[in-house]
Write a protein that binds this ligand. Structure first.
Ligand code: PGA
Length: 252
């Protein structure tokens, strides 16, 4: 039985004061979900240290939104996996479609980042997902398979043990309209089946989150699907009540 995981992706939102306020509001109610659902919050790098401090003693775990795939070196402006670990991150979101789409991040770069995360002990959250045009062209399976295979081919199947995948259809992100539970379940099952061809045991333990306009009103029916093991939540994670409701749905 996979315990559900809800991850807040704060993206490039927040300030020191607003983050404190939000965490003060969600920490006490979410404490009652300890042991029933795993919860993580991924702030901007600059806010990671303070977020880690604010989460101390709570059941919410800190994560980051990106890393650079080298251990250390001359790479101005970048942040390595070991730096994130040193600052207290436990998770890292990788290959988000905003980075693939706007910043030109390639499958190969995402695979390097995944390997770097694993080497440093971070739990990677690998984002995959198709655009509207790709879905309309019937290419969903091909696209997400390519994104997944780029990682498993580089790192080997063992690196997927305990890892997290987030299926985020690009057309659903920030649109207000999520994939239907059936659409999401179909892709989640397909991803798990693809992993199971290489190791059924490892595939059974990988948590596959859904992301893309998840909110308090639609989370429960998405979580009810057998292969949806949680959520990667953007906009709704910035609103205390919404996020609390989503986490509570995942824990019930
Ligand atoms: P959204 O974003 O919940 O605002 O659609 C999700 C994501 O991009 O991770």
């Amino acid at each position: 039985m996979r315990r559900k995981l809800v991850v807040a992706n704060w993206k490039m939102h927040g300030s020191r004061a607003r983050n404190r306020q939000l965490l003060d509001a969600v920490k006490p109610p979410l404490q009652s979900l300890a042991g029933r659902v795993d919860i993580a919050v991924c702030p901007a790098h600059l806010h990671l240290g303070e977020t880690v401090a604010a989460l101390a003693g709570s059941n919410i775990r800190p994560g980051a939104q990106n890393l650079y795939g080298l251990a250390e070196g001359a790479m101005t402006g970048e942040t390595s996996a070991s730096m994130l670990v040193d600052c207290g991150a436990e998770f890292v979101i990788l290959g988000h479609s905003e980075r693939r789409g706007h910043l030109g991040e390639t499958d190969a770069e995402v695979a390097d980042k995944f390997a770097a995360a694993r080497e440093s002990g971070l739990i990677p959250i690998l984002c995959v997902g198709e655009t509207r045009a790709e879905r309309d062209a019937g290419e969903t399976e091909a696209v997400v398979s390519r994104q997944l295979d780029a990682v498993t081919e580089k790192t080997g199947m063992e690196a997927m043990r305990g890892a997290v995948i987030a299926y985020e259809p690009v057309w659903a992100i920030g649109s207000g309209t999520p994939a239907t539970p059936e659409q999401a379940q179909a892709v989640h099952a397909m991803l798990r089946e693809r992993l199971a061809r290489r190791s059924e045991e490892i595939a059974g333990g990988v948590r596959i989150l859904y992301g893309g306009s998840m909110n308090a009103a639609n989370a429960a029916e998405l979580f009810a699907q057998p292969d949806i093991d949680g959520g990667l939540v953007g906009g709704a994670s910035l609103k205390a009540e919404e996020f609390i409701t989503i986490c509570t749905s995942a824990g019930s």
